[in-house]
Design a protein around this ligand. Structure first.
Ligand code: ZN
Length: 422
C-alpha cells in the first residue's frame, strides 16, 4: 500500500462527514455491511460489519462464534480547521464574507491566502441531509499587506479569530443580500430549495491536492494527515484482518470531535464505542459477565499522529526521544496520562512490532514542556481497557498543510494489521 492511496483517501475527505463517508465507502466495498444503532437487535455471526453515528464510524470483524476479547484500533476523523457559523454570510466594505469558528487548535496563519473550498452537510426542514462539496476556489482569507503592518516580521503575526479570519467569497454591489446569495449557493450545491434549508455544518478546506514530495518522493505533503493517515491505516489493516484469531473481535473506531476534547454523542468520551462493543457481545449471545471479561482481556492501539523532530527546532524535543521522519511508527509515553501507554501496553506493542518487523520509535515530551493528548487516555478510562498510544511521525501538525514521510505509512498499516489479527 503506497502513500498515493493515502493521498486519494485524504483528498476524498475534506470534512469530518466526508471522512466518515469515505471510510464507509471503502469498508462496504470490502464486504462490510452496515448496522444501525436504532435497530433493536444485531444478530451477528462471523463476518464484517460497521455502524456510524454522525462523523464517527465503528467497524468490526467477527471471526469466531465465541470471542473472548477485542483487538481495537482507535483514531479520529476530525482535524483543526475553519467552520461556518449558523448565520455565516455577511457583507463588509464591498465584500461578501463568511463568519467562521476555529474548530480545534488550528495554526491560524496556515489558513491565510489559500484557495478554499467548502464541504460538509446541508440539512432540510424535512429532516433529510445532503453531503455537499463546493470543490472550487470559493473563498480566501487574505493576509494584510506588509505595507500596512510593518512590524509583522519582527513582532510575529497575531490574528484575532473573530475579526481577522472571515474569508471573502464574493463582491457586494448595490442591493446585494449576502445571506440570500449564500443560501442560493448552498441550494445549488445540495439540491435543497433555499427556503427549505434548515441548518448546515460546513468546513472550509484547502483545495491544493495532496502530493508526494521531496527529491525522491520521501514526503507526503497533505492536509489532515492528523488524523486521516491513522484512519486510512486502520481501515487498510482491518480489511486485511479477516483471517485472524477467532477468539478476538477486530474493531476500528474512528471518532469525530477528538480535536475539541471528544465529549459528544459520537466522540471517544461518549458512549458510542462502549455501546457498540456491548451490542457486539449481545449480538453474539454473550452474557454481561462474558462481555466484561472480554473487555478486561482487550488491548487498544490509539492511533494518532506523533511529533517528528523538526530540524529547525530540534531543542523542542527530549534529547533521547526524538522520533525522525521515515524511521517508523512512534510509541507515545507520558506518565501524567496525557498518553495512555503503560509499561504493559508498551511491551505488548513492541512484541507486535517485532512480529510484523516494524521499527518503533519512542516519544516523551520534554519535562519542561506540556504534552498534547488524544483519545488514548479517554478510551482507557471509558472502557477500562489497556491502551497504547501510537502514531506516525509528522511535521506541521495542525497546519492546513501537514507533512509526513511516505516510507512510514506501510509499516504503520503492518503494525495495526498485526494487532487486529488478534
Ligand atoms: Zn490527532
Amino acid at each position: 500500500m503506497d502513500a498515493t492511496a493515502l493521498c486519494r483517501f485524504i483528498d476524498a475527505s475534506p470534512s469530518p462527514a466526508h471522512a466518515a463517508a469515505t471510510l464507509v465507502g471503502q469498508l462496504v466495498a470490502a464486504g462490510f455491511s452496515e448496522l444501525s444503532l436504532t435497530q433493536p437487535e444485531w444478530r451477528l455471526a462471523p463476518g464484517r460489519f460497521l455502524v456510524r453515528r454522525g462523523a464517527s464510524v465503528v467497524a468490526f470483524v467477527v471471526r469466531g462464534a465465541k470471542p473472548t476479547r477485542f483487538a481495537l484500533v482507535g483514531a479520529h476523523t476530525d482535524s483543526p480547521h475553519l467552520r461556518l457559523k449558523p448565520r455565516a454570510a455577511f457583507q463588509s466594505e464591498g465584500c461578501c464574507q463568511l463568519g467562521v469558528e476555529v474548530y480545534g487548535g488550528a495554526l491560524l496563519n496556515s489558513w491565510l491566502d489559500r484557495d478554499l473550498g467548502l464541504a460538509g452537510t446541508v440539512h432540510a426542514s424535512d429532516g433529510s441531509e445532503r453531503l455537499i462539496r463546493i470543490d472550487r476556489p470559493l473563498a480566501r482569507v487574505p493576509q494584510l499587506a506588509i505595507h500596512l503592518d510593518r512590524k509583522v516580521t519582527e513582532d510575529g503575526l497575531k490574528l484575532n479569530a473573530q475579526t481577522q479570519l472571515a474569508p471573502i467569497w464574493a463582491l457586494a454591489t448595490e442591493g446585494t443580500d449576502a445571506a440570500a446569495a449564500f443560501a442560493d449557493l448552498l441550494a445549488a450545491a445540495s439540491g435543497i430549495a433555499a427556503t427549505d434549508i434548515a441548518a448546515h455544518d460546513l468546513s472550509l478546506y484547502d483545495l491544493t491536492p495532496s502530493a508526494i514530495g521531496g527529491a525522491g518522493g520521501e514526503f507526503v505533503f497533505a492536509p489532515r494527515l492528523d488524523n486521516l493517515a491513522s484512519c486510512h491505516a486502520g481501515a487498510m489493516a482491518l480489511i486485511a484482518a479477516t483471517d485472524g484469531e477467532p477468539s478476538s473481535v477486530a474493531v476500528l473506531a474512528c471518532h469525530d470531535h477528538e480535536e475539541v476534547g471528544s465529549t459528544s454523542a459520537s466522540g471517544a468520551d461518549g458512549s458510542l464505542l462502549g455501546t457498540a462493543l456491548e451490542r457486539i457481545a449481545l449480538g453474539l449471545g454473550q452474557s454481561r459477565a462474558e462481555h466484561l471479561a472480554a473487555l478486561a482481556s482487550s488491548l487498544m492501539i490509539s492511533a494518532d499522529m506523533a511529533h517528528a523532530v523538526h530540524p529547525n527546532y530540534a531543542d523542542r524535543h527530549e534529547p533521547r526521544h526524538k522520533p525522525q521522519l521515515g524511521k517508523g511508527p512512534v510509541l507515545k509515553n507520558n506518565h501524567n496520562q496525557r498518553y495512555a501507554t503503560s509499561a504493559a501496553s508498551a511491551a505488548a506493542v513492541r512484541a507486535l512490532a517485532a512480529r510484523a518487523r516494524v521499527p518503533l520509535q519512542d516519544f516523551v515530551t520534554r519535562t519542561d514542556l506540556g504534552c498534547g493528548t488524544t483519545i488514548g487516555p479517554i478510551s482507557a478510562a471509558r472502557l477500562g481497557i489497556c491502551v497504547a498510544d501510537v502514531g506516525n511521525p509528522m511535521l506541521s501538525m495542525h497546519s492546513a498543510r501537514e507533512c509526513a514521510a511516505t516510507a512510514d505509512h506501510p509499516p504503520y498499516i503492518a503494525l495495526l494489521r498485526e494487532h487486529l489479527k488478534g
